[in-house]
Design a protein around this ligand. Structure first.
Ligand code: ZN
Length: 275
């Protein structure tokens, strides 16, 4: 079942698209539209619902926060609707020329996405007639991820930096140490609304983001301590009595799991020791 909802805050409109899967949580994502700028394009599986909506919007440019399939699933048809430029980070532009293949779980949840070779790399800012957005690299969840910050309005478009104050499933490629650093960078900014791509926070966004920072820091320190005592990733996982969602882990061929979080922390520690 497809759900679509609209969110309004000042001059920002958010469009929520997703599906209810039997007995499973609702998986949805947001597209944001502000002053001609469309931020992200949603997942392929809701294309039928997304395209009539974007067709009605006066889109003059598109910004892609990162290469994940729930943000890049409809770049091509939306670009064709409006014949506009598509922007993203240098790294996003290069990844999207030949994006990595998806696990079954990812395809099942979001749908696959086609490559898109025309993302124009931008660095410091992107402007609309009324606003100037600072572009802030926030790697960790994905290496190419960017937040957009409008200082006059105190809006933050945080992509997938927040989602929840904890992490349920962790991608093999994520880095906790980088996520901690990215959250700290963002907490230095003066924002009062956080347009998260999955879970917008219109009230107390800083408090929520701090909760996530605490969760990540405590997890990091706990795993680091056990690792120092010579425990392996699997032993640490058992010791902490973390629970795995085997449905998700198996479907994703191990791409999405909580054990990945332990592995990521160990990788971060070893990388740190090398540098
Ligand atoms: Zn993502």
């Amino acid at each position: 079942m497809v759900i679509s909802e609209k969110l309004r805050h000042e001059a920002v409109t958010g469009f929520k698209f997703g599906r209810k899967l039997l007995g499973r949580p609702k998986m949805y994502s947001y597209l944001y539209f502000i002053d001609g700028l469309l931020i992200d394009t949603g997942q392929r599986l809701v294309r039928k619902q997304v395209l009539p909506v974007t067709n009605e919007l006066p889109i003059t440019q598109i910004f892609i926060t990162h290469h994940h399939e729930d943000h890049t699933g409809n770049i091509k048809p939306i670009q064709e609707q409006h014949k506009c430029n598509v922007f993203g980070s240098e790294e996003c532009s290069s990844i999207m020329k030949n994006p990595p293949s998806l696990s079954f779980a990812q395809q099942f949840t979001w749908g696959n996405r086609e490559s898109f070779a025309e993302i124009r790399p931008v660095k410091d800012s992107i402007a609309t007639p009324k606003h100037n957005f600072q572009l802030i690299p926030i790697p960790g969840h994905a290496p190419d991820m960017i937040a957009l910050y409008e200082p006059d309005k105190q809006w933050l478009f945080s992509a997938d930096l927040y989602i929840n104050p904890y992490i349920g499933y962790f991608l093999k490629t994520e880095s906790i140490a980088e996520q901690i650093a990215s959250i700290k960078t963002i907490l230095l900014l003066d924002f009062k609304v956080m347009f998260c791509s999955h879970n917008p926070q219109l009230k107390n966004p800083r408090q929520q983001l701090r909760k996530k920072l605490d969760f990540l820091e405590v997890s990091f320190d706990t795993v680091a301590e056990l690792h120092k005592n010579g425990l392996t990733a699997t032993q640490i996982f058992k010791e902490l009595q973390w629970k795995e969602n085997h449905f998700v882990k198996t479907l994703s061929g191990g791409q999405l799991s909580k054990l990945n979080m332990v592995r990521s922390i160990i990788r971060d520690i070893e990388n740190r020791a090398l540098s």
